[in-house]
Design a protein around this ligand. Structure first.
Ligand SMILES: [Zn+2]
Length: 109
């Protein structure tokens, strides 16, 4: 079992940074960055597969159709709420009205 994965950013190997330079004089390359393997599945997140937010964005933008196909949304989701106006006070004791939104649990809550 290897203890690393390669960054999945499609252009990771094109970024001009010193930590990507590999090889000897005359045959140097920019190489995809290595990422430490995550020891436990509950700690897996995007940084388990991408070296940076930029590489994650490049991947998401390139493969957005495939990613959406995993769980397509064909209709809007809704969260039942209750909206009330509540009087509140600023730090200087001046009062104001604010809108309070509470989630309503329709499933016996
Ligand atoms: Zn990367």
């Amino acid at each position: 079992m290897s203890n690393f994965v390669w960054c999945h950013g499609p252009s990771c190997h094109k970024s001009h940074t010193q930590d990507r330079i590999r090889g000897v004089k005359g045959s140097k390359v920019l190489r995809t960055k290595k990422i430490k393997a995550v020891p436990r599945p509950e700690y897996i997140n995007m940084y388990s597969y991408f070296c940076s937010q930029g590489c994650y964005n490049d991947f998401a933008n390139k493969y957005v159709r495939e990613v959406i196909a995993i769980a397509p949304r064909t209709e809007a989701l809704e969260t039942p709420i209750e909206v009330t106006k509540v009087q509140d006070t600023y730090w200087n004791n001046q009062t104001y009205m604010r809108t309070e939104i509470k989630t309503v649990d329709n499933n016996g809550g």
